[in-house]
Design a protein around this ligand. Structure first.
Ligand SMILES: [Zn+2]
Length: 550
């Protein structure tokens, strides 16, 4: 595909090259096992990127193992690239251990990185500029002779071009003359601004004898912008990393580049229909990386299309396209209206409509009053969608009464250095009174156990619901004795997760509120019917009073 394959709309196809597994995994705190790397590669392949750079086989055994196992996978779309440096100064390519490790990786594509900035040749490599050109030429020729497609990464190209344009271009010439089919201009220090990026790419692409690509880092917060203007300037190959992972400030966020070029410039970069998988892919990879996906991540973050301004909410309900730069569904995301005390009635109505509830203006006012009063006491509904939905349904009379609290008692015990808590929960299910005991490592755990035990026989759906996160925040540090505690609790079932909130002077009470809301919302999602008079007759007698079900 050298020279570019015309896309359906006449634009040349821009090759999407992912470097999450090599450059992206240089990020502090990002540590992928070989299995994780394979999973990420499969997710990228499913999304439909053209090239997955698997790693640097000469640099560590983990990457060598990755390539061995990756060769056994069935790839749908992507081709694999192995990454490595040019040969050592004043040595032959034939005897170079790293170049042989690259060949042994068995990939159709080999990406070689070489110096393009005289400062680095002189000071880092400490060899002559002619020898550096020979290193590039010999290494590229070695790989090309072995039948590999060679991508040449010109390290520090933008800095090198500024310092000594003639030499930087001579490095590209050495690579293309030796058989490289793609010349990648790398902004390794990440400081280039978009006007310079556009000018340099256009100058190089205008006279290049091979496809020109780009590789930007985000140190000046311009990596995505630079990549987009580079494509406008003639680049036909873009490197980046999932979610912008990478050392320092990250690599260019490949997902934002893909979305921008597809939705705003008409490029066809992924196979048809795959753009709608972008947000799910971003979340999946974040999960494998064990890093939370930033809510503000453009296009794919949970807040990317969220707004809480009451002023806008009624207009959003009428014309969603008026307040979003693209259709969220195009990238598999969705519009969210947040609820907060800043919100007006229109915001509440919009949110209710999102939940499928048709509120009268009077009920919307009632919900808004309750939200304002609750947020004044310390509740936060923006991050606790589930508690908000329960509040709206309660006000609207559209919430089944699965259970209500009669009383609970928690005993905390520390004995011989071990903490142990016991909770007794008394619930009302219709007219029925159910008692259950739970034990746990702390009071909240014990309460959760008792609550589940009390309900599990009546609501089997509970068995699929579990806790995934529990956060406590003290809201008023000024008056420590009267500080208010806010608990945010995230629960999950197979289909997703939800967050509930509880607020009280007492941490156990706040936790109970969040727990009870979390269970109620789970039952709502499961479509569980509240125990009515008819159902109660089926309850086994022995469950009516169960004081010792530890
Ligand atoms: Zn890089």
């Amino acid at each position: 595909m050298s020279g570019g394959v015309p896309a359906a709309d006449g634009q040349a196809k821009v090759e999407i090259y992912d470097t999450t597994l090599r450059d992206g995994s240089q990020q502090v705190g990002l540590d992928l096992t070989v299995t994780d790397k394979l999973r990420v590669a499969v997710a990228l392949d499913a999304l439909g990127v053209d090239v997955v750079e698997g790693g640097w086989p000469g640099s560590n055994p983990k990457d060598a193992e990755f390539f061995a196992r990756a060769s056994e996978l069935q790839w749908k779309h992507a081709r694999l690239a192995a990454f490595g440096a040019t040969r050592l100064p004043h040595r032959g390519a034939d005897g170079d251990v790293n170049l042989h490790a690259l060949l042994d990786a068995g990939t159709p594509i080999v990406t070689l990185v070489g110096k393009a900035w005289t400062l680095h040749v002189d000071e880092a490599l400490r060899t002559t500029r002619d020898e550096n050109l020979a290193m590039v030429a010999d290494s590229v020729a070695f790989m090309a002779a072995a039948g590999r497609r060679v991508v040449f990464d010109a390290e520090h190209f933008f800095d090198g071009y500024r310092a000594d344009r003639g030499y930087a271009l001579a490095v590209l010439d050495a690579a293309v003359n030796a058989g490289a089919d793609t010349l990648v201009l790398c902004d390794t220090n990440g400081g280039t601004l978009p006007d310079d990026a556009a000018r340099v790419v256009a100058e190089v692409a205008g006279s290049a004898r091979a496809r020109v690509g780009v590789h930007f880092h985000n140190d000046a917060a311009c990596a995505v912008a630079n990549s987009v203007v580079a494509v406008s300037g003639g680049a036909l190959h873009v490197q980046g990393a999932a979610n912008g992972y990478g050392e320092r400030c990250g690599n260019a966020d490949l997902f934002a580049i893909i979305a921008g070029l597809e939705l705003k410039r008409g490029h066809e970069l992924l196979p048809p229909g795959r753009l709608a998988e972008l947000a799910a892919t971003a979340r999946t990879i974040a999960e494998f990386a064990n890093l939370p996906l930033a809510s503000r991540q453009p296009y794919v973050g949970s807040a990317a299309f969220a707004t809480k301004a009451g002023l806008h909410a009624s207009a959003i309900a009428r014309r969603p396209d008026a307040y979003a730069h693209v259709d969220p569904e195009a990238v598999g995301n969705r519009q969210r209206v947040l609820v907060s005390e800043l919100a007006g009635r229109s915001n509440v109505l919009a949110k209710a409509a999102e939940l499928g509830l048709d509120l009268s203006p009077e009920l919307a006012t009632e919900v808004l009053d309750q939200v304002k009063a609750a947020e004044h006491r310390g509740y936060a509904y923006e991050a606790a969608d589930a508690s908000f939905e329960l509040l709206v349904r309660r006000v609207a009379g559209a919430l089944p009464a699965w259970f209500s609290l009669d009383s609970y008692r928690v005993v905390i015990e520390r004995s011989q250095g071990e903490d142990r808590s016991e909770a007794i929960v008394r619930l009302l299910l219709g007219d029925e009174r159910v008692v259950a005991v739970g034990e746990g490592v702390g009071p909240v755990h014990a309460l959760d156990q008792a609550l589940r035990r009390a309900l599990s026989d009546f609501y089997p759906a509970l068995s699929g619901i579990h806790l995934v996160d529990y956060k406590v925040r003290i809201l008023d540090g000024r008056a420590a004795t009267s500080a208010v505690t806010r608990v945010m609790l995230t629960s999950a079932d197979l289909a997703g997760e939800w967050t509930t909130v509880g607020v009280s002077d007492d941490i156990v009470t706040a936790s109970w509120e969040a727990l009870a809301d979390g269970v109620a919302f789970g039952l709502l999602r499961a479509g569980a019917e509240a125990l009515g008079a008819a159902a109660r007759r089926d309850v086994p007698r022995e469950l009516e009073s169960v004081p010792e079900r530890v």
